[in-house]
Design a protein around this ligand. Structure first.
Ligand code: FMN
Length: 414
């Protein structure tokens, strides 16, 4: 019987353990967690979500304070079109975020960055161009393009000297999305180095409908894409993601031709993971019925989360002057509309409830939107219940090694 360690992911002449830690924003797959995965020979993703905000917390910069000071005059205005990111500061923050992680890298693995197109930052093209190119400047090993179709994103990096040497990959949830990407990028003569295929059981935003995700099956999507790549004679490594909970689950994909697997949920309860410890306990205690796929994210994509997330129903005032990561190119976010509607309906209320949308920037920053994978309710089976009623947290090394060596659906307890 095979285990994951019997397989290797080959990138040119490099060989890696075929385990990729998926990007988890905002700072959930932080540098500490990604670096452990790289040290053990896999690929760890840091996230590029809200980097200036993360930089303030981590490196004591003052990007958020300065932005708020600059745009304070606009706080009561529901038109946020004047609130722009300073591209020089964005580049500086991204370079610091990435280069600190790269400097700390040990071992044979790689550090990639997960880049979400849906963080439109009131200037989708220019802010994305800066984020991508600054990450390349700072020496990141690879970039995974996520949350969005990214049809023009490769072109934004075309002039960068590392465009053909850094690993560039995309996340898709269907053959159709992959075909569209390949068609749009044909003239660049630069194929993706890998394709992550994210199925309906993943955490974070989903590439399926909120009502029909149950109809899709990751194995079926992967088989369809592998067959297409074979017919087209395209040698692009395929990396399935979403609900791969054990080493045996991973092997079932590797045996059928996948090059690696991307996993995330199992690592959310590790000591290194960026979530606060009390939130890790919420994940550990969750039952299946405590998890839902809803449509409260202003990105327009369905998102899976714990029903007890403080973000759900919370009617906090939009704070786009300080954050504003989800403002579209015209300074618009669907949470602002939802919030203003409730203000009009309840002019005297001290606290508002907004059910249909959430202020994702504020709540992700504060770790109050508890996005999670479908199998979060199985996390309690991967560790021990302590006498004080809490669960024991794991090390990233423990979880990584369990994926790498376990057989027969076994999960090693700490
Ligand atoms: C807490 C959490 C946050 C996530 N955030 C992101 C993200 O910011 N960008 C992204 O592309 N995927 C995100 N994902 C998806 C993961 O990268 C990964 O593809 C998926 O969750 C793998 O499935 P698994 O969690 O069942 O192992 C997130 C997943 C989790 C659990």
């Amino acid at each position: 019987m095979n285990c994951v360690d019997d397989f290797r992911l080959r990138f040119g002449n490099r060989e890696l353990v075929p385990i990729m830690l998926g990007g988890m924003g905002v700072d959930i797959s932080n540098a500490a967690l990604a670096l452990e995965v790289a040290r053990l020979g896999g690929i760890g993703h840091i996230s590029d979500a809200m980097v200036p905000t993360i930089s303030d917390r981590r490196f004591k910069t003052r990007y958020v304070k300065e932005k708020l000071k600059l745009y304070k005059f606009n706080v009561e205005n529901s038109d946020k079109s004047v609130v722009q990111f300073d591209l020089g500061q964005l580049a500086e923050a991204t370079k610091m975020h990435v280069s600190r992680a790269m400097e700390a890298k040990r071992g044979e693995g790689m550090i990639f960055i997960n880049c979400m197109e849906k963080l439109t930052m009131n200037g989708p093209r220019e802010t994305l161009r800066v984020r991508l190119n600054s990450a390349l400047d700072a020496g990141v090993d690879g970039i995974t393009l996520s949350a969005g179709l990214h049809l023009g994103s490769f072109a934004l990096m075309e002039a960068h000297p590392r465009f053909r040497d850094a690993k560039l990959g995309i996340i898709v949830s269907s053959l159709r999305a992959l075909q569209l990407f390949l068609r749009k990028n044909a003239k660049l003569n630069r194929m993706p180095d890998y394709v992550v295929i994210e199925g309906p059981l993943a955490g974070g935003h989903l590439g399926f409908g909120a009502d029909d995700w149950q109809k899709y099956d990751l194995h079926a999507i992967v088989a369809e894409i592998l067959a297409y790549l074979q017919t087209e004679k395209l040698d692009i490594p395929v990396i399935p993601a979403g609900g791969i909970f054990t080493g045996t689950d991973a092997v079932s994909f590797l045996e059928k031709g996948s090059a690696a697997v991307q996993v995330a949920t199992r690592f959310t309860i590790t000591a290194e993971c960026g979530l606060p410890d009390n939130v890790k306990q919420e994940y550990l205690k969750a039952q299946e019925a405590d998890i839902e796929v809803n449509t409260i994210s202003p990105t327009g994509y369905p998102m899976r989360m714990l029903k007890s997330s403080p973000a759900i129903g919370n009617g906090i005032k939009p704070n786009c002057e300080a954050y504003g990561y989800l403002l579209d190119g015209a300074g618009h976010c669907s949470y602002i509309d939802a919030y203003n509607r409730e203000v009009l309906a309840h002019p005297d209320a001290k606290r508002l409830s907004v059910m249909d949308k959430t202020c994702l920037c504020t709540h992700m920053r504060n770790f109050d939107c508890w996005t999670c994978g479908h199998y979060t309710y199985r996390l309690k089976d991967t560790t021990r219940l302590l006498p004080d009623g809490n669960y024991q947290l794991l090390t990233a090394e423990h979880v990584f090694r369990d994926y790498q060596f376990s057989k027969d659906q076994r999960i090693a307890l700490p």
